[in-house]
Ligand binder design. Structure first.
Ligand code: FES
Ligand code: FE2
Length: 357
């Protein structure tokens, strides 16, 4: 495989070569080297009502069956695969006393320890630690539960930045709303979707409605360790749209804070609540985009506006699909970065190369 490198100096650097998006080996390598090391938001503590919550780590690309358990408010993430002959242990979220394998009756407790194994009374050197369920890493941040198979991507600086800037944001009042949440599928590489998110350069060209709400000349891009923050102020006469200053460590009229967490999560803070985007690779040219909506109290996510998330999202997806076609051109290989507007994209590409190499 050809090695990719991106110059540290954005003024000299070239963007990712198109083979990164087109070559299946590169796709597989990103899953292995990046996504296996990543943290993924699984659910939130209020939505995890029962004491068992089975899930797949990254459906269609990693497909690792896992299980959250809850006991005395401690949440643990376990392998959902029986250590005997590999049966899947739990299929639905429910409240149980322990974890029973329905194949040959093995029982595990909520920490994953084997507590009974019928038929194994005379088996030698049994049980050992290997007969317990594997515990994967877990992180609870605010309301959210994240897991990782092998965490190498540290998100600490991003979470700290959110806590500092949004120090009074009412996390305790946000609630998942299924109705305004959505899943999209797009025939494009996951990284093309992320890099479009990482610049506001396209806003006046692609998002005419949004462009009327925000003061684009105030757009800022702040590079963080394994992340990027972008934010912009509201147009001054439309204060009501922005995040109320009582939530912020700032008296500026911030329209939204857009946090991107390497490689594939976005936390967007608005006056009405939080929208989380999770970008899940399915193949080198297919991606699932989950939009999870978390309004504050009785707020609702605005839907009819010209700047509504759904409208902006469709505008973004249309251009990402075009780029997917364009990068396959025999006349396109790689481009250059706008050093004024594309620091976030450059940072993303540098991170990709660091984790791949
Ligand atoms: S596979 Fe679970 S007890 Fe046999
Ligand atoms: Fe956009």
């Amino acid at each position: 495989m050809k090695k990719i490198s991106i110059n540290k100096d954005i003024h000299l650097a070239k963007t990712l070569p198109s083979f990164f998006y087109l070559d299946n080996d590169y796709y597989q390598l990103s899953i292995k080297k990046i996504f296996e090391s990543s943290w993924q938001i699984i659910t939130d503590i209020n939505s995890f009502k029962n004491n068992i919550y089975p899930f797949t780590f990254l459906e269609d690309s990693i497909d690792e069956p896992l299980l959250l358990t809850k006991k005395n408010n401690e949440i643990i993430s376990l392998s959902n695969v029986c250590t005997h002959r590999g049966n899947i242990l739990c299929e639905d979220s429910k409240s149980l006393k322990n974890i029973l394998c329905k194949y040959h009756g093995r029982v595990f407790n909520f920490s994953g320890e084997l507590i009974s194994a019928p038929g194994f009374e005379n088996v030698k050197n049994f049980p050992t630690k290997k007969d317990n369920l594997y515990q994967s890493k877990i992180k609870i941040w605010k309301n959210f539960i994240l897991t990782s198979l092998s965490p190498k991507i540290n998100l600490h600086e991003i979470f700290k930045d959110i806590e500092d800037r949004l120090n009074l944001y009412p996390f305790e009042k946000i609630k998942y709303d299924e109705e305004s949440s959505k899943t999209y599928y797009i025939d494009a590489h996951w990284a093309l979707y992320c890099e479009n998110y990482l610049e506001g350069f396209h806003v006046p060209f692609i998002h005419h409605g949004l462009n009327r709400d925000i003061a684009l000349n105030t757009y800022k891009t702040i590079l963080l360790k394994n992340g990027v923050l972008q934010y912009t102020l509201s147009k001054s006469n439309e204060k009501k749209i922005g995040i109320p200053s009582k939530y912020l460590n700032s008296d500026e009229n911030v329209y939204a804070y857009y946090y991107w967490l390497f490689p594939n999560m976005m936390l967007n803070f608005y006056s009405w609540g939080i929208s989380i985007n999770i970008i899940e690779p399915i193949s080198k040219n297919k991606t699932r985009i989950k939009f999870l909506s978390y309004p504050i109290d009785n707020n609702i996510q605005p839907v009819k506006l010209d700047s509504s998330l759904d409208k902006v999202e469709k505008e973004d997806q249309a251009v990402v699909l075009n780029v997917q076609k364009g990068i396959a051109s025999m006349f396109y290989n790689r481009g250059r970065y706008s050093s004024k507007h594309e620091m976030g994209v450059h940072h993303f590409h540098r991170l990709l190369c660091n984790y791949l190499n």
